[in-house]
Design a protein around this ligand. Structure first.
Ligand code: FE2
Length: 222
């Protein structure tokens, strides 16, 4: 009798253990044709990352967004994308960004197709280099017209072997509309997106480092 109780306890223990080890979900990605780990939950519009006018192979770490030469406050935003350990630079990571114009509108030309109809033409794509670096040049966006929404830049990430996912928006520390909660956020996705800008050589500059998978749903531990 005692033996069978021990055996039962042992079986329960083993089955509990296997329950707690969730396997990453693989998915066939129609865009890349690869089997990839599904991460980040649902993300409406994240697939816009595949609308890059240049193939992922040909992308590099720097982009200048359309409209940069128009009047308005120019900004250079750069940083390093790290692996989940927060230390190892991640190369070959695609970063897609889009944002509003100085009127707070996702400006279109009327000729757009796909997600550009909603994201507008002020968007860009980069692929991190060996050092994990990315950089882009653009005009500072404005908040939506007549809104309390802080100005922001939407980022999407695509790293090798995983599906595309969103991370926290780029936000501006000096924006009066920025809620205090954004500055003190507990679990920023990909790391804090709040930018501290400084003026250098006639242009605003800001840095944001990104940690892949940080606070990202279904992101594998390893
Ligand atoms: Fe937005």
């Amino acid at each position: 009798m005692q033996h069978s109780i021990i055996l039962l306890l042992l079986l329960v223990c083993i089955s509990c253990n296997s329950c707690s080890q969730s396997n990453p979900k693989q998915t066939g990605n129609a865009k890349t044709g690869q089997q990839e780990i599904k991460v980040g939950g649902n993300c409406e519009g994240c697939e816009a990352i595949y609308e890059s006018p240049v193939s992922f192979e040909q992308l590099n770490e720097v982009d200048t967004l359309p409209g940069f030469n128009e009047p308005g406050p120019k900004i250079e935003i750069s940083g390093i994308i790290y692996q989940r350990d927060g230390k190892t630079p991640a190369k070959g990571v695609i970063l897609y960004i889009y944002h509003t114009d100085k009127k707070g509108i996702y400006a279109t030309k009327g000729t757009e197709s796909g997600w550009a109809k909603r994201h507008g033409y002020t968007r860009g794509w980069m692929k991190t280099n060996e050092k994990g670096e990315y950089k882009f040049y653009t005009l500072v966006p404005a908040s939506y017209p007549n809104s309390n929404n802080p100005k922001h830049i939407h980022p999407t990430i695509k790293e090798p072997g995983k599906t595309e996912y969103w991370i926290d928006e780029f936000l501006f520390d000096n924006d009066p509309l920025l809620p205090e909660a954004e500055r003190t956020k507990n679990k920023p996705v990909g790391g804090s997106g709040v930018l501290k800008t400084s003026m250098k050589d006639g242009m605003l500059r800001a840095t944001r480092n990104i940690i892949l998978g940080l606070n990202v749903i279904d992101y594998p531990k390893q």
